[in-house]
Design a protein around this ligand. Structure first.
Ligand SMILES: *Cc1c(COP(=O)(O)O)cnc(C)c1O
Length: 395
């Protein structure tokens, strides 16, 4: 067939030479994928067991990222979602039904709490918050209609370590699905499935992306029935992720080991330095021996990461903490964590059932800057605020 140039723009015979064996996973973009024969026209999300149907269900780039996260977490299947928050939503949409009840640790990631309080409640699902340190006592809170027990360890901001095996033993016996937000551990430092968890999620935005330039999430399972329910919800909600972002996440994976190792060490050094400052009441870091749940952390985790918090003592006040943060130069004020830049964040209040002195808590993410520079930065911020406090008392 001789084609007009206009048709050649769409149907070209020109081809690049074959055999380019790059070390990088190609970025496959695509909505339509061409089906092999007219007899095989079916809309099936499970691309592992069917020819590619539609880019919506994943391209080789997004599916490779999913397969690699599943491999690292020792799971069987993994769905990639547009953000960590979307991963949380996917788990809810797959496993809750109207009239149900979910148990959530009081120290859960804030936007996860918002999702439960502001969206699930409208769908007739009741969210109940439990003491993250409850362990096997969770049994007393389980009801006939409990559909998910959530875990997150360490807890967001306050860093409580949960006794996950104790919780999953109860859940297994009662037949309740357990879901874990495993973002802190990057899916590496805590082996969720060997501790009895059914479903894990991660904000790939954090350590897997690792450079503060993408938003992605993942949901991993072992059991096939859970995989089917998640796949169904993933399709119905249209949770496709950008292949370009997945390429960046695949690149991030290659340096994850060195980034985590350095961040672990730097964060510990800085946590120890902060512990010796007179205004700091306590450093909330699971690898410190006096941390609540430290023994469980030692038993269950193989490492700590870049994020921890400090509680300023009651002699400081809001102005002191605000000025301290505003005096930092290298630690940038921003949400999220897991990237190469050191970050700091304060909280005016935390919506918790259990009392927490939220306005005195400051969270840090330690990036890849040299530790002595970061300590100098903290030291000079303390000096500035101490001088001002001193000045105003006498002035
Ligand atoms: C950041 C975060 C999320 C959400 O991830 P996004 O990609 O920012 O939506 C979920 N859980 C935890 C513990 C997080 O820190």
């Amino acid at each position: 067939m001789t084609l007009n140039w206009r048709s050649k723009l769409i149907h070209s015979n020109a081809r690049a030479p074959a055999g380019f064996r790059s070390l990088a996973t190609p970025t496959y973009r695509g909505s339509t994928t061409i089906l092999p024969t007219a007899s095989e026209v079916a809309d099936v999300w499970d691309q592992a067991h069917a020819p590619y149907r539609y880019g919506f269900y994943g391209t080789p780039t997004t599916l490779e990222l999913g397969a690699r996260i599943a491999e690292l977490e020792a799971g069987k299947h993994c769905f990639i979602t547009p953000s960590g928050q979307a991963a949380l939503a996917l788990i809810y949409m797959a496993f809750v039904r109207a009239g149900g009840h979910v148990l959530i640790p009081d120290s859960v990631y804030g936007p996860s709490r918002d999702l439960a309080d502001r969206l699930l409640s409208r769908l007739g699902v009741e969210a109940e918050y439990y003491d993250p340190l409850i362990g096997g006592e969770i049994e007393k809170l389980c009801r006939g209609n409990t559909q998910i027990i959530w875990c997150e360890s360490p807890g967001s901001i306050t860093m409580e370590i949960q006794d996950i095996p104790a919780i999953t033993r109860v859940a297994r016996r009662l037949g309740v699905v357990t879901a874990l937000d495993n973002t802190y551990a990057a899916g590496i430092f805590f082996d969720a499935f060997s501790h009895g968890i059914d479903v894990t999620m991660q904000a790939l935005t954090k350590y897997i992306g690792g450079h503060s330039d993408l938003l992605l999430g993942s949901v991993t399972v072992c059991a096939d029935p859970l995989y089917k329910e998640l796949g169904d919800a993933h399709q119905l909600l249209g949770m496709c992720a950008s292949p370009d972002d997945c390429t960046l996440a695949l690149r991030g994976l290659q340096t994850l080991a060195v980034r985590l190792a350095q961040m672990q060490q730097s964060a510990l050094e800085i946590a120890c330095w902060l512990r010796n400052q007179p205004e700091v009441e306590v450093v909330l870091h699971p690898a410190l021996p006096d941390h609540p749940g430290h023994e469980i952390w030692k038993r269950d985790f193989t490492g700590s990461s870049s994020v921890f918090s400090i509680l300023f003592n009651a002699k400081t006040n809001r102005d002191f903490i605000v000025q301290f943060i505003d005096s930092l130069q290298l630690f940038k004020l921003g949400f999220s964590w897991g990237g190469v830049t050191s970050l700091v964040m304060r909280y005016e209040q935390l919506r918790r059932v259990l009392p927490v002195p939220a306005d005195r808590i400051v969270r840090f993410n330690v990036g890849l800057e040299a530790v002595p520079d970061l300590i100098d930065d903290l030291h000079s911020a303390f000096s500035i605020v101490r001088n001002q406090t001193h000045g105003s008392r006498h002035g």
